[in-house]
Write a new protein. Structure first.
Length: 346
C-alpha cells in the first residue's frame, strides 16, 4: 500500500484533522500545531506572527520535505517552498482568490508539476449574506438610525424596499449565484455579467438577464445595487473607474467583495463624496490593511469591513469538507475540484 503524505500547513481544529485522517488508510497526515502560526480569530489561516526555534524550524522543514499534499500554503517559507517541499504534487488552498499570490511567488515556473486547488464556493453563503446586509443597511437607513441613536436624536424617516430594485452582479460564479438566489428571495430583479456565457441559462443562475463582459456598459445603468465578485486578473484590474461609476443610477449602492484592485479607489471616493451613490459596502481595498489616513474610514456613507465578510465560524468545516472530497478524488485518480488555471488566473 502506497502511503500519501499530507501536511497541514495552517492552523486547523483537531476534529477536522481527524476527519482528514479518516478519509483513507493510505494517508499519513502530518500535523504539529506547535509549529503553526496561532489563529487570531476563527478560521484565521495566516495566523499571528510566528518565530520558531532552530529546532522547531528544522522539524518543520523535515515535515515539508516529506509532504506530497499540502493543506494550505506554507506562508512561513513561501519563497523557499519549491526547494523545501520537492515532493509536493498538490496544494489545497484555503482561499478562493489565489491567483495574485501564486503569480507573485512564481509557482507556475518553480512548481510546474504541482496542482493547485482553490476554496471556491466555500465562502459563498457568508459573502452573499454580507451583500444583502449592506443593501438592507443603506436602503433601510440603518446607519442613519444608529447615528441618531448615538446622538439621542428622534426624527422619523422612510426607507426603501429591496423588492422591485435591480441588482447587477459582476462575476456570476458560485458566490454570485448565491447572492442572486438571496436577492430573488427579496423580490429583486437580478442582472448578471459573466465571463463565459455560452450554454448558461439565466434562470439556472437565479438571474433575470445575463450579459457577457462586452455588455458591462449595458448592465451598469440598471444597477440600483452593484456587486463586484470577479477574480483579480489583468483583464479585471480597475475595471470600475470614474466612467463606470458615473453610469450607475443616482442613489445606487456599491459593494465590492472581490478584490480592491478591481476598482479605481480614488474615483470611488470622489463619487461617494459627490453624493451620487447612496453608499458603499467594501470588504476589500487597494491597500490592506486600509491605511489610517484613508478617507473611507470617516465617510458616513461607507461600511468598511476588514476583508472579513467571507470568514465565518463554519469556514474550516466547509474547507475540510472540500479537502476530503478532493483527497478521495486524488487517491482515485479523478480530476480535482476547483483546479487553479495559471493562464486564467483563477
Amino acid at each position: 500500500m502506497i502511503q500519501r503524505t499530507v501536511l497541514i500547513a495552517s492552523w486547523l481544529e483537531p476534529e477536522y484533522v481527524e476527519r482528514i485522517r479518516r478519509v483513507d488508510a493510505r494517508l499519513d497526515v502530518l500535523h504539529d500545531p506547535g509549529l503553526l502560526a496561532p489563529p487570531r480569530y476563527v478560521a484565521d489561516h495566516t495566523g499571528a506572527a510566528l518565530t520558531r526555534t532552530p529546532e522547531q524550524e528544522a522539524r518543520w522543514r523535515s515535515l515539508l520535505s516529506r509532504a506530497e499534499i499540502l493543506f494550505d500554503f506554507d506562508r512561513s517559507s513561501a519563497r523557499e517552498l519549491p526547494s523545501l517541499a520537492p515532493k509536493v504534487r498538490w496544494i489545497q488552498a484555503t482561499s478562493a482568490g489565489i491567483g495574485e499570490y501564486v503569480r507573485r511567488m512564481g509557482y507556475a515556473e518553480s512548481m510546474p508539476d504541482t496542482v493547485f486547488t482553490t476554496a471556491s464556493g466555500v465562502h459563498a453563503k457568508p459573502l452573499a449574506e454580507f451583500c444583502l446586509m449592506v443593501m438592507i443597511a443603506f436602503h433601510k437607513k440603518l446607519l442613519q438610525a444608529l447615528r441618531d441613536q448615538r446622538d439621542r436624536h428622534w426624527e422619523r424617516f422612510a426607507g426603501a424596499d429591496l423588492e422591485g430594485q435591480t441588482l447587477v452582479i459582476v462575476g456570476v460564479g458560485r458566490v454570485g449565484r448565491e447572492v442572486a438566489r438571496l436577492a430573488k428571495a427579496f423580490g429583486m430583479r437580478v442582472v448578471g455579467v459573466k465571463r463565459a456565457t455560452a450554454g448558461a441559462a439565466p434562470e439556472d443562475l437565479h438571474l433575470d438577464t445575463l450579459y457577457g463582459p462586452a455588455d458591462l456598459y449595458r448592465a451598469l445603468p440598471q444597477a440600483q445595487n452593484l456587486v463586484l465578485i470577479t477574480p483579480h486578473t489583468r483583464e479585471t484590474e480597475q475595471m470600475i473607474g470614474a466612467r463606470e461609476l458615473a453610469m450607475l443610477p443616482r442613489g445606487s449602492v456599491f459593494i465590492n467583495i472581490g478584490r480592491g484592485a478591481l476598482v479605481d479607489e480614488s474615483a470611488l471616493i470622489d463619487v461617494l463624496r459627490s453624493g451620487h451613490l447612496l453608499g458603499a459596502g467594501l470588504d476589500v481595498f487597494a491597500q490592506e490593511p486600509l491605511p489610517a489616513e484613508s478617507p473611507l474610514w470617516a465617510m458616513d456613507n461607507v461600511i468598511v469591513c476588514p476583508h472579513s465578510a467571507s470568514t465565518s465560524y463554519r469556514e474550516n468545516e466547509r474547507i475540510t469538507d472540500l479537502f476530503c472530497r478532493n483527497l478521495r478524488r486524488y487517491l482515485d485518480g479523478e480530476p480535482l475540484l476547483n483546479r487553479f488555471d495559471h493562464a486564467l488566473g483563477f
